[in-house]
Design a binder for this molecule. Structure first.
Ligand SMILES: *Cc1c(COP(=O)(O)O)cnc(C)c1O
Length: 379
């Protein structure tokens, strides 16, 4: 695959690293290639020599990292002749599935937990024409149903237990290493179903251990076919998974039945990639930690106010946890840290505008009145 200067999506760029046929019809919306933003104000306030980057996955086509997996899963589903896809979702998977299904004219059914999905995500599923099925139960209940459905029917499951999803999502790790020209010491992610932490670990591991072809030990990344060099990829980061305190099965070391958190994208008690995420944590020398909803929302605000980056609550768990672990010294001085910001803040406008009445004033439409208020603020 020749290197093209016009970016056309992650399958075009990483086709040789993905388990797709060479001549496959690619279903893409130009996902991937998201900005890696170096934080400037928050690290200075911490007064510790730590470099923090955020990988802003909210800038994917439907506003979350789910698009990375969805382009590959839907491309493969089309190649297999499948006519409909299904998923259970806390919101972003359904938004992404709906968009990619629309792109290729496929039917899509999404199961969402009644009343527990952010309004932006619901709007996306509806406008793209998905069949939205609201179930009286949480994400885990929906997940149980779609697993059974997909076993029986002619319908493809596009949750992250679909291995093509993780294959697409692993490309975020490639992009990070390409851009930093090295491997970060720590990678922080919010953990819900635990697919993304698993996918990143797959990506970093492929870079460090060589090609993913069975039996090939040689590092194909330094064979001149791509932009990596051996020195860039020999290491792997420690993977740190952050959960919301009310939905933290990895902290309890067991599944939980009634997860609850304001961060609806990670309101999951029975993670599907349970074993894989434990393995990623163990093999990388990482850890899991939990944040209260207050800590999560405080970090979301901090990022928005002090760095100009607006992410959804679940995403802010990575930054909340990272800042705390830097303060306590668990993440040592001199480290380079990448935090994944999984979804865009506009997904969940209700949360962000909760205090709207306190944050704004209503004035007469009169220049002197407005001027007085502004001058008062500036003085
Ligand atoms: C899906 C999602 C997560 C959780 O990712 P998992 O792979 O399920 O652990 C976190 N944040 C956002 C915004 C998401 O959409």
């Amino acid at each position: 695959m020749p290197f093209r200067s016009r970016y056309t999506g992650l399958i075009a760029k990483y086709h040789d690293r993905l388990p797709l046929a060479d001549d496959v019809r690619v279903i893409s919306l130009g996902e991937g290639n998201t900005p890696l933003i170096r934080l400037c104000n928050l690290p200075r306030q911490l007064a510790r020599g730590v470099d923090i980057y955020v990988k802003y996955e909210g800038l994917n086509p439907t506003g979350s990292f789910k698009d990375r997996g969805m382009t590959v899963a839907v491309t493969q589903a089309v190649a297999e002749g499948c006519r409909a896809i299904v998923c259970a979702s806390t919101g972003n998977t359904s938004a992404s599935a709906a968009a990619y299904a629309a792109r290729c004219g496929m039917r899509v059914f999404v199961l969402i937990p009644e009343g527990k999905i952010a309004i932006g995500k619901l709007a996306q599923a509806i406008i793209h024409g998905a069949e939205v099925l609201q179930v009286r139960g949480n994400f885990d209940a929906g997940m149980r149903i779609v697993r059974e459905l997909a076993e029986e029917g002619p319908i493809t499951l596009v949750n992250s237990i679909n291995p093509y999803r993780l294959q697409g999502q692993k490309t975020a790790a490639f992009e990070i290493v390409e851009e930093l020209e090295r491997v970060p010491e720590f990678h922080c992610l919010p953990v819900g179903n635990a697919g993304n932490i698993t996918a990143h670990w797959i990506g970093y591991s492929e870079l460090a251990l060589g090609h993913n072809d069975p039996g090939t030990q040689a590092c194909s990344f330094c064979a001149g076919r791509c932009r990596f060099t051996c020195a860039m990829v020999r290491e792997r980061p420690r993977m740190i998974g952050y959960q919301a305190a009310g939905a933290a099965p990895f902290l309890r070391a067991q599944m939980i039945d009634d997860p609850e958190t304001v961060a609806t994208a990670i309101r999951i008690g029975h993670p599907q990639s349970w074993e894989q995420a434990w393995a990623a944590s163990r093999e990388s020398g990482g850890w899991f930690a939990e944040l209260t909803d207050q800590e999560i929302l405080a970090a979301q605000r901090l990022l928005a106010e002090q760095e100009g980056v607006f992410c959804e609550p679940a995403s802010a768990a990575s930054v909340a946890g990272c800042l705390r672990d830097i303060q306590t010294g668990k993440i040592p001085e001199g480290s380079t840290v990448v935090c994944t910001l999984t979804g865009h803040g506009l997904k969940d406008p209700d949360i962000a505008s909760r205090d709207a009445s306190a944050a704004m004033r209503t004035l007469e439409a009169d220049v002197d009145v407005v001027k007085r208020v502004i001058l008062d603020k500036l003085s």
